[in-house]
Design a protein around this ligand. Sequence first.
Ligand code: C2E
Ligand code: CA
Ligand code: CA
Length: 901
Amino acid sequence: MADKNWQAGGKDSIPARAVLRMVAPLIVILAPCADAWAASDDFAPPNYVGSADPNTIWIILLGGLVIASFLMAIGLWVLSALRKVKRSQLRRNAFISSALNNLNQGVVMTDAERRIIFCNDRYLEIYGLARSDVPRNMTGPELLELRRRRGVLDISVEEFYARSSRPDGLITELPDGRSVLVKHFMLPNGGSVATHDDCTEQRKLSRKLASTTQFLESVLDNVPVCVAAKNIEDGRYIFANRAFERFSRFSRDHIVGKRADEIFSPGTAASIDKADRSALDAPEGYFRSELFVERGSEKRILASNRVVARNENNEPEFLIALFDDVTERRSLSRELENNKKFLELVVDNIPVSLIVERVSDGRYLLANRSAETILNRRREDATGLTAADIFNPREAKLIIARDEAAIKKRGLLTEEHPISTKDGLRLFLTRRMTVLDDTGEPQYLIKTHEDVTDRRQTESRMAHMAYHDGLTDLPNRAAFLQALAQMIEACAGTDEEFAVLCVDLDGLKEINDVFGHAMGDKLLIEVASRLQDSARGGVVARLSGDEFGLIIDGKQPASGKLLAEQLGEALANEFLIDGKSVRTGCTTGISVFPHNGSDAASLLANAGAALFRAKAKSRGSISIFEPEMDQQIRDRRVLHQDLSVAIRNGELSLHYQPQATSGATVATSEVIGFEALARWLHPVRGFVPPGEFIPLAEESGLIVEMGEWILREACREAASWPVPLQVAINLSPAQFMHGDVVSLVHSILLETGLAPDRLELEITEGVLIEDFDRGVALLRRLKALGVRISMDDFGSGYSSLSYLQAFPFDKIKIDRAFVMNLGRNPQSAAIVRAVIDLGHGLEMSIVAEGVETQEQLGFLSEEGCDAVQGYFIGKPFPIGQYAALVGRSGGDVMETVRKTG
Ligand code: C2E
Ligand code: CA
Ligand code: CA
């Protein structure tokens, strides 16, 4: 941009052409007199000489005289005329000469022979020459040689002519530091003229200008703001700095000389033009704005400042645009603004009331929405007020005192107190936090009020829940242990004794199954109330689902035993719930302080051990703890430990008990298969009965692993029999609950190669009691494998009949208890008969278990029972005992049966 201004060069000098125009006519005038040109100090006029023809004849003398007189007169006239001309010419020449001599430029003229015909004073002055240094007839090259000698020409003569004839002329640097611009022109008549112009000052100025320009350009190039300048006239860029190049991603060569619309996208060019126009229209001469431009696919925001530069005539000449990319800054400030709004929103919506108070005058500066409850007004209306303006004098006094305490403390002050609000008296947790200024003086007080009414209520409810049973609202096990500890503390060291009762409700599980859990729950509530009534103010707690704990003082164990009996009586009466009559009872274990334990946990554990014994004895019984019970429980724990390694140690095995068709006698009863029964040979205790270890395995989950072993072992065994008899395997409910029993059976069948129709799975109703839908679904899938499912121990449970409807069992196994009583009581015979009929009606085959006598066998055979199993047919033995039956060796099959039976 600046170049145009600053590169003015010879703008201020008289142009050489103008000089030429002035000088040229002189040359025409002066040329004919070139010979007469005197190189004297004064300008010498040309020497003109006139001529006439003389006659010597006398005759003519007179005439001649006359003529001569006449001629003289003419001559005189001519002479006078000539003088007149000469004078005017002289005047003219003197004028021209003085004009040329007074020129600011040196001028030298030569004729066609290169002789110097004119050289002005300025020329002589420039080069320090005297007029006498330029004699008449001296040629141009001679004068130049002279100058070379004088040291005022630093190039050769030829070079001088060559360079000074160029349009921009030749600059000669003189020893004294001056610079002379020489321009040499040829004239049409073969002569020449040279002008010599002392341009020292201009040269200095332009050098200075050039360095200033360079300086400014380098400054502009290094400022981080984009700078561009354009000509207003044509809108073309004349300058762009490096920042502009960087921003636009165009080089300045690409930018300079072009208009915005030739460089940028139409949208960008339009917004540039608009800003330019606004700057030109602005009376102040500048215009600030924010421009939206495109750079490739990005949109950028520029903060632009446009300034109009005017020339000396005050006309707009250049437009200078300074701009900065503020896109990031804008988005940052937008983000800050958003953050601020966000924080305001948060502050306003936190469920805690927040008030900021100025310490100096106690005025409220800020209050959020939640604070409106406390301030009893809109938050906008509270700002600027003090506590005294808002609250009644008593409250205000209290608040101000608390505020002052917090300010004095210069830290956090927390307290809980009631505040009356429009919703009534509420409990608030107030935190006061002092904000200090730079000098450490309190500046603001931030107060938060949190309504903790509900929370405190919940906490106390939770505390109650932690120690109470949600259903019966009785104290729970934890509370019972605490009460026990207190009781021990009270009785310790005295001869006072008390009893701990563990009461187990009978048949709750069945009631839940038959009538639903809602009924079970109502029963529990009723039971709790009867227990409380019977306890007459003593501690009653619910220890677990169907277990209650009581503490009774007095002479022991008499007092405890009496209470247990009373409880039994209280619960023996039927309950009427939702119009249904429900019966239950209880079994009780008792331990006594101090004899059966000195701490709460062991007293309760021992009452539990006594209960275990009582349950084992009979439902409804009462058992008082004896030290050996403790031993039994410990034994159980040890046994469980041992069982967990039994499979690995190879201590488990299977016995097989034959099942036969029910013939009139053993001889006519044909063995159709075996039931596999698990046996544990304990390394120390010998055989442990399955009635003992199976429940242990079920409780601990060991049954899953054990059941898998039994299933695999029995199938493998049966698959190896030459005679394809059936094998019946017991599945525990726990296997249904925890393992993937279907895939297990499937994979074991594949693995052992046993035909599915040879496998029979015996399940008890427990499978269906735990989770009926799941139980039925699993049974269906098992049956789909092609195996048979039989209902074991039929009649011993509570609701076997309903299960028969739910699933198409293949077989029903009548429980041993009924078979045992055949012949002893008539009901059993009726029941067995009914079950046989029922089963056949449902197309299920019937197996009678526990057949021990010929009578029983005869009866069953007569009644059309399909199969029998019992000691009378054969006891459970290792399969080796029944080798002949499975076709492993010869021999009399029935002989073996009889021997073993
Ligand atoms: P259960 O399934 O009802 O098995 C029949 C039980 O009756 C067997 O007792 C068997 O020895 C016994 N028994 C058979 N015939 C007579 C008889 O004529 N008179 C008398 N008094 N008893 C007879 P065991 O082997 O002691 O098994 C007891 C229970 O242990 C089984 O009753 C079954 O519930 C469980 N059990 C045994 N083996 C397994 C097993 O492999 N898996 C599972 N889950 N449970 C098993
Ligand atoms: Ca069985
Ligand atoms: Ca059975």
